[in-house]
Design a protein around this ligand. Structure first.
Ligand code: ADP
Ligand code: MG
Ligand code: MG
Length: 267
């Protein structure tokens, strides 16, 4: 029952792959309600063959309720576009903060990581794999709290190790996905390890596509070829190593993240 006429459109907040993301306000309320409209152009959805991704993004997000996950309030469409009504993350992308700072202190990083782990644990308990955890898809609420966003790559996956589709972003890809093996929820735990490294060290652990091409990155991923900068604490290194394990079943379970020394010492 929603349409574009229900909203005042404000400034653009970001650019998505298939359209823009705007700040918006519901018109009819006396009590102004601020939210985000993510516009997806139907033409582009069809040209880029992402109908399934968009459907999943909506279906998955609509059911979720967690303080560290962006809420989807509803959606509607007109002849040209689909609009997602999203909870506003007032402080924007974690990626932008990271770009500005280079890297974060271990204290700040560990507080972010604990919240991402909490959101991921909730997703996994609902049999959802996010598949695209990275700083661009982590947003910050008004109090600086983590809000996991962009569920375009997410998938409902109740059976263990039943997925095969290549998804997500090269430098965050897990060994089992690189090797084309069936995979499951543990790919998000791997990505959490890559994220921890990137936040604390200011660069991706296995390099990016630009530094030697995808094959080199893939090789380093499959060898778990980790090199730590000298400033990183041993608790941080141990935490990262416990997530970036080659075998999915050996990766630290998300419900144990809170008990790790690196997390505990920064609470
Ligand atoms: P895409 O699926 O095309 O990557 P995203 O959902 O990642 O699109 O949104 C693109 C950008 O728009 C984000 O990186 C962010 O800057 C901004 N954005 C998206 N959702 C929100 C939100 N709920 N609150 C604030 N900014 C947002
Ligand atoms: Mg995105
Ligand atoms: Mg997306």
């Amino acid at each position: 029952h929603w349409s574009l006429s229900n909203f005042d459109i404000g400034r653009p907040l970001g650019k998505g792959h298939f359209g823009k993301v705007y700040l918006a306000r519901v018109r009819s309320r006396t009590d102004p309600f601020i939210l985000v409209l993510k516009c997806l152009t139907k033409d582009e959805i069809i040209t880029k063959q992402v109908q399934t991704q968009v459907r999943r993004e909506i279906e998955v997000m609509q059911t979720l309720r967690h303080p560290n996950i962006i809420r989807l309030y509803g959606w509607f469409h007109d002849s040209e576009r689909i609009f997602l009504m999203l909870e506003l993350a007032g402080k924007g992308e974690l990626f932008k903060q990271l770009a500005k700072k280079g890297k974060f202190s271990e204290k700040r990083s560990s507080q972010y990581i604990r919240q991402v782990a909490s959101g991921l644990a909730y997703l996994h308990s609902n049999d959802i794999i996010h598949r695209d955890i990275k700083p661009e898809n982590l947003l910050l609420g008004m109090n600086g709290e983590i809000k996991i966003g962009d569920f375009g790559w997410s998938v409902y996956s109740p059976a263990e190790n039943s997925q095969r589709t290549l998804a997500g972003t090269l430098s965050y890809t897990s060994p089992e996905m690189v090797l084309g093996q069936p995979y499951g929820k543990a790919i998000d735990i791997w990505a959490l390890g890559v994220l921890t490294y990137e936040l604390t060290c200011g660069e991706e652990p296995f390099g990016a596509d630009t530094s030697g091409g995808p094959r080199l990155v893939h090789q380093r991923i499959c060898r778990c070829d980790l090199k730590f900068p000298p400033f990183l604490s041993s608790d941080a290194k141990e935490f990262i190593r416990s997530l970036l394990r080659f075998k999915p079943e050996e990766r630290l379970p998300l419900d144990q993240v809170d008990q790790q020394p690196w997390i505990l010492k920064h609470l």
